[in-house]
Design a protein around this ligand. Structure first.
Ligand code: NAI
Length: 736
């Protein structure tokens, strides 16, 4: 059990502790060993009158319970006197809870000077006076805990409380600065906005609610914030009824509405209003440095020629682009993209393939008989042109990579990606479009195995803030996104991404720190690292493949997506799918927010009829068939010889696409030995299961059957040791 938070020896001053919340704090502190100064002026809730009764009564209560407390009857405006009571009685001051308060509620027009002033004097000036009187003592002893009492009315505004809300939010400002100034002296200052039943709230809340909202449901937060072990400083908390929440500021990414040497106009403000007020991707500045840092960045951007309608975060800002004509058609130096099964599997895991789904095993286990590379791995093959900063080197096009957003993606496969490979890639700038607020660069990447075109990518990247040069808005080279059908989806699949999803996905080659480094993410205007758009893309494509193609990669032809919003690792991706012939339209949402993160997307599948024509439906179309046929022919002559050597019956299960496509038997036990299609007549000594492709690799000596067995690509039942003899058979008799 956690140890009790004690305050033995600590001197705690609670203002306005003669009733309501203050009393609850004073009792709770005393109960845990604190020496308490119970301050209360003893007037009514509007601040009229005074008396010692309220404070004395609470001191009496504390003493009766064995605690130590002294009373003080001064107004908080006389802060020095109150703190002196603490020093005189107990010799020090460790904690100040600024709690005293009154109300003078009137609608704004009816607030008199006196009502305005007294509220400010008690709440704001009173807290200032008491805290200032304690401050130097806390500084000297290098320890202090201070609470300011604000109010939800102050935070959000409340009818009839203009004087009170102004003072209450003023306390937050005071607290924010004390938190900064006090930090190096171990003086922490936090603000609470409580809700509790008290004489102050009994006029506005129903009686039973006043009863139920006990001050005791606020006090524990105050005690924790004032404990020496609490590191919180500069926090703002709403608290009541046993619930506590923390608040912070949020700021839109905003818009810069001025250009160098140009006047700033209200029309430009109006034109950018939506953007200025758009909280999408809002940042959460914690300090004034974070706040003004952004402003200074804007200044330097404007100075260097950026401006109007550009955001000032690093991922979205202006880029100087000119003379595009020379850039269109620019070819990048060819590069090669090499990958092994490791990369294939890492990618599959990065886009959420999981052992929880048995049909995914083929993507994450190289030993699966139908091990396959996910089709969307094709983007990894082609992305090197972008990742290596190629965009920055295009003649006639000056692109600041920090200002580039991945807008859309198209990928087409001409045959399933090999499980491992070395592809040669050629990238070219297909076109450049002027979208007003930015330019779109279409980059086509063709990937070849030898001379055979395996896949084609079109990366559509958006450079913010450099459009408006009068260029064309569309291109016949662009692979266009297509709107989803106007009806409920035919299928919906979901997957919850893990907190490590981006950390895992980046291992596939997109090392942008935006996806893993919180500092970098916050510089870019996100409150935490975001998932790669292409990771979400991989999840969605997997959903389509699972739902409509039974994970058969040979059916995957093409995919087009538009990236609409960021996803945070840990969120749940929900792919909504519509089948229209062989085109599966889809969009992807974040389930928690309902935000569409991939829009206007589709996957084109190869028609099933084509597939069945390509897929071996009869064993005769399997490569292994040729080998067995050849063995059969050869054994006719020499079978009797081998029978003596081997003396075993082997049954073969040859798989294709994960299913058993055919069975063969090599009988080297009976008669003079024979090879025939079908299961063993009689019983087999050893049954071997492997894919048609792996069978060929074994026969060609490229795959060691023992290794294949240990890594699961080859499965064997029965007398496994006998399979050793098989190696010899293949070596000696199956050379093709
Ligand atoms: P309360 O009226 O029960 O307690 C306030 C105490 O402050 C009274 O005992 C009063 O005599 C004392 N006081 C008033 N003026 C003083 C002065 N000049 N010097 C010394 N003591 C003085 O009210 P409650 O509800 O316990 O409020 C405590 C604090 O919490 C106040 O600052 C109030 O504004 C704040 N608050 C309370 C909420 C609630 O739901 N109860 C909501 C939001 C804020």
């Amino acid at each position: 059990m956690a140890s009790l938070l004690r305050f033995d020896g600590r001197v705690v001053l609670v203002t306005g502790a003669g009733g309501g919340l203050g009393r609850a704090y004073a009792l709770a502190f005393a109960e845990r060993g604190a020496l308490v100064v119970v301050n209360d002026l003893g007037g009514d809730f509007t601040g009229v009158g005074k008396g010692s009764f309220a404070a004395d009564k609470v001191v009496e209560e504390i003493r009766k319970k064995g605690g130590k407390a002294v009373a003080n009857y001064d107004s908080v405006e006389a802060g020095e006197k109150i703190v002196k009571t603490a020093l005189d009685a107990f010799g020090r001051i460790d904690v100040v809870v600024n709690n005293a308060g009154i109300l003078r509620d009137h609608s704004f027009a009816r607030i008199s000077d006196e009502d305005w002033d007294i509220i400010h004097r008690v709440h704001l000036r009173g807290s200032f006076q008491v805290t200032r009187a304690a401050w130097d003592h806390m500084k000297k002893q290098k320890y202090g805990r201070i609470i300011m009492t604000s109010s939800a009315s102050g935070i959000y505004g409340n009818f009839g409380q203009a004087n009170y809300t102004a003072a209450k939010l003023g306390l937050l400002g005071l607290s924010n600065t004390l938190a900064i100034e006090g930090n190096k002296y171990n003086i922490h200052c936090n603000t609470i906005a409580p809700t509790a039943g008290s004489r102050m709230t009994q006029t506005v809340l129903p009686e039973d609610i006043v009863e139920a909202l006990k001050p005791d449901y606020v006090a524990p937060l105050v005690l924790w914030l004032c404990h020496e072990s609490c590191e919180e400083n500069g926090g703002l908390f709403e608290v009541g009824a046993g619930w506590i929440g923390k608040l912070r500021w949020e700021r839109t990414l905003g818009a810069t509405v001025r250009q160098k040497n140009q006047p700033m106009t209200p029309e430009a403000v109006k034109a950018n209003w939506k953007k200025i007020c758009d909280f999408h991707n809002a940042s959460k500045p914690h300090t004034i440095q974070e706040s003004t840092g952004g402003i200074l960045e804007v200044l330097s951007k404007i100075d260097s020629g950026g401006g109007v309608s550009t955001n000032h975060t690093s991922h979205t800002a202006s880029a100087a682009t000119s003379g595009f004509a020379g850039a269109i058609g620019h070819k990048f130096p060819p590069f090669s993209s090499t990958y092994t099964e490791l990369e294939t599997i890492m990618y599959a895991l990065g886009v959420g393939a999981s052992i929880k789904n048995p049909k995914d095993l083929k993507f994450i286990y190289e030993g699966s008989s139908d091990f396959s590379c996910l089709p969307t791995f094709g983007v990894i093959i082609g992305q090197k042109s972008i990742m290596d900063g190629g965009l920055a080197d295009i003649p006639g096009l000056s692109v600041n990579l920090a200002k580039v957003l991945h807008g859309e993606q198209y990928l087409e496969l001409y045959k399933p990606l090999p499980r491992a490979g070395k592809l040669k890639c050629e990238a070219v700038i297909a076109d450049i479009l002027d979208k007003g607020s930015g330019v779109v660069i279409l980059m086509d990447v063709y990937s070849y195995s030898e001379k055979e075109l395996i896949c084609y990518n079109q990366f559509s990247v958006f450079v913010v803030g450099s459009g408006g040069f009068g260029g064309k808005r569309t291109s016949d080279k662009a692979k266009v996104a297509v709107a989803i059908p106007n009806r409920p989806p035919d299928a919906v699949l979901t997957d919850t991404t893990s907190l490590n999803q981006a950390a895992l996905y980046r291992l596939s080659g997109d090392w942008n720190p935006l996806h893993v480094d919180p500092n970098f993410a916050s510089l870019a205007g996100f409150n935490k690292p975001i998932l790669h758009g292409l990771c979400t893309f991989g999840f969605s494509a997997r959903h389509v493949l699972q739902q409509f193609a039974d994970n058969d990669v040979s059916r995957f032809k093409a995919i087009k997506v538009r990236f609409a919003k960021p996803v945070y690792p840990g969120q749940t991706l929900q792919t909504e799918m519509w089948k229209e012939g062989n085109r599966i339209h889809f969009q992807t949402k974040v389930q928690e927010t309902g935000d569409i993160v991939i829009s206007n997307a589709y996957v084109d599948l190869t028609p099933t009829s084509d597939i069945s024509a390509k897929t071996p439906s009869e064993s005769g179309e399997l490569q292994s068939t040729l080998v067995f046929a050849e063995l059969s022919r050869r054994f006719k002559d020499i079978g009797h010889q081998i029978v003596k050597e081997v003396n075993a019956v082997f049954e073969w299960h040859i798989t294709k696409g994960g299913n058993i496509a055919t069975k063969w038997t090599i009988d080297l036990k009976n008669d003079s030995g024979k090879v025939y299609e079908g299961p063993a007549k009689g019983s087999a000594d050893t049954t071997i299961i492997l894919s048609d492709e792996d069978f060929m690799e074994v026969v060609l000596g490229k795959l060691d059957p023992q290794k294949a067995f240990f890594n699961g690509r080859l499965k064997a039942r029965g007398n496994i040791m006998l399979s050793k003899k098989l190696q010899k058979i293949f070596k000696d008799y199956a050379k093709l």
